[in-house]
Design a protein around this ligand. Structure first.
Ligand code: MN
Length: 487
């Protein structure tokens, strides 16, 4: 992450003479330096481009440089856009057009025609916008003064989404066992997904995992138990059961790390040779940034890893989630989300407890798991589904609350939320769009980030907000279906 950067490319031309070009370059360097301090990634000034070749060259370089996560472009002066065509048609990295201006205000006394020629972003950025529109270039447009808080916030958000694109393109997912029998929404076209999103999704035998588990040493388990003690409260005396989860975690992590995987899935229907369904093990792996999906759901697993990567510090408050049950009482309408065991503690409101309870399904020993409540705050839930021929991301705005009931006999982590625009309409929209029961719930990834990610990946994005009506959503889905069939 430390070496990752974005490139600042400034458009100009020779028309205004060398002095103007020197000033443009000096200012662009200063802007890149100041912006780098305010953004999550370094912004490196690359070139004040005046020719077709300079633009083609910097695009080629950006495509091949693994550390370059994307290009931020700006036209300080007027930059005739036909000279951008040969470069932009080859661009394979995320692209942001920052429509800004070096000066915040129009200076009353100083302004003359020289000033106008030097500071004509209002003019140059429109020419630049046209060529991107004409090329149907996937891009983000952010307008405003470059030091404005809102501009910095949106540029930061776009950078995180762009970083997730690079992460997605190299993501490997380790599957243990297949899909839960007969379940539809967790299925998907792995070849199409790799073409579109870059994920390498492959299977390893549960028997191999059991072999690796058997080879885990007591010392390795002792060390991980210390980590558990430092992070969680022990609300059980059944230490052997917790140690067994540690053994599972160490083995899964070893297998993932040896293959370079950052996400995994398993299923309670295939635990051959295992004494417990991984609960605490999966939860603590998610806390370290690995994605997870239950019942063979490799799509939600990969999305969990991607959204964690997008979040704060590259491992944000995002969790694999499942809609379970509703409170439908007037004035107190909430969804209760949880899973059999595996909710990431990054969304916990307080220090989680390790507890051991029976599990009704899977036919194995009582597993240890982390139990906690999710924190309050605005969040989103995101579901990626395979529509057959294309992928669709559904994102819903929600507000998480402190659960209105203590639910003392519910032995799993839980999050309670209000869905937008309301529980009923939100649910009707989610179901109409085909959203899964599995989702990624995130407090620090915004809907705009997910939308930018979908746009960069060229997949469909559907957003359910406080303003969405069922009618507008149905209309959008109908038009999307037509548009995607034409592509
Ligand atoms: Mn599930």
């Amino acid at each position: 992450m430390e070496n990752k950067e974005f490139w600042f490319v400034v458009g100009s031309q020779f028309l205004y003479g060398p002095e103007v070009l020197e000033t443009v370059e000096k200012r662009a360097k200063e802007m890149a330096e100041v912006l780098s301090k305010a953004l999550p990634f370094k912004l490196v000034y690359k070139v004040t481009a005046k020719t077709n070749k300079e633009i083609a060259d910097v695009v080629k370089e950006a495509n091949y440089d693994d550390n370059c996560l994307g290009i931020v472009a700006w036209c300080h002066t007027f930059s005739p856009s036909k000279m951008w065509i040969n470069g932009l048609v080859n661009l394979q990295k995320p692209y942001c057009h920052l429509a800004t201006q070096y000066n915040m205000e129009i200076p009353n006394e100083e302004i003359d025609m020289d000033f106008m020629n030097l500071n004509q972003a209002a003019h140059g950025d429109r020419e630049h916008g046209f060529i991107a529109a004409r090329l149907r270039l996937k891009r983000k447009v952010i307008a405003g003064y470059w030091k404005d808080e809102n501009v910095l916030k949106r540029l930061s958000s776009w950078m995180r989404a762009a970083s997730a694109v690079a992460f997605s393109k190299s993501l490997k997912v380790m599957r243990f066992g297949d899909n839960m029998r007969e379940v539809a929404v967790t299925e998907g076209d792995k070849v199409e997904t790799q073409i579109k999103l870059g994920w390498q999704v492959n299977t390893w035998p549960v028997g191999k995992l059991v072999e690796v588990m058997d080879a885990v040493t007591e010392k390795e388990i002792d060390d991980l138990m210390e980590v558990y003690r430092a992070s969680y409260d022990f609300a059980t005396d059944d230490i052997e059961t917790v140690r067994y989860q540690a053994r599972e975690e160490i083995a899964i992590k070893k297998m993932m790390d040896s293959e370079g995987c950052m996400a995994f899935s398993n299923t309670f229907q295939d635990l051959y040779g295992m004494r417990q369904l991984p609960g605490l093990a999966s939860q603590h792996l998610m806390a370290q940034g690995y994605g997870y999906g239950g019942e063979g759901d490799w799509k939600v697993s990969a999305m969990t890893a991607i959204m964690k990567h997008m979040g704060e510090g590259g491992n944000g408050a995002s969790a694999f989630m499942e809609d379970y049950t509703y409170n439908l009482k007037q004035g107190a309408k909430y969804s209760l989300g949880a899973h059999m065991l595996e909710v990431c503690p990054s969304v916990a409101s307080a220090r989680p407890r390790i507890e051991v309870h029976p599990l009704g399904i899977g036919d194995r020993e009582d597993p240890a798991r982390l139990v906690f409540e999710g924190k309050e705050g605005d969040a989103i839930v995101v579901s990626l589904i395979d529509m057959g021929g294309r992928m669709r991301i559904i994102c819903q705005d929600i507000h998480c609350v402190k659960p209105i009931l203590p639910m003392p006999n519910l032995p799993v982590a839980r999050v309670m939320w209000q869905a937008y625009p309301s529980l009923e309409t939100g649910l009707e929209c989610w179901i109409t769009a085909g959203g899964a029961h599995h989702s990624v719930l995130s407090y620090d990834v915004s809907a705009e980030m997910v939308k930018d990610f979908a746009n960069m990946m060229d997949i469909e994005f559907v957003h359910i907000t406080k303003d969405t009506t069922l009618e507008s959503l149905e209309h959008e889905l109908f038009l999307n279906d037509l548009a995607w069939k034409l592509r």
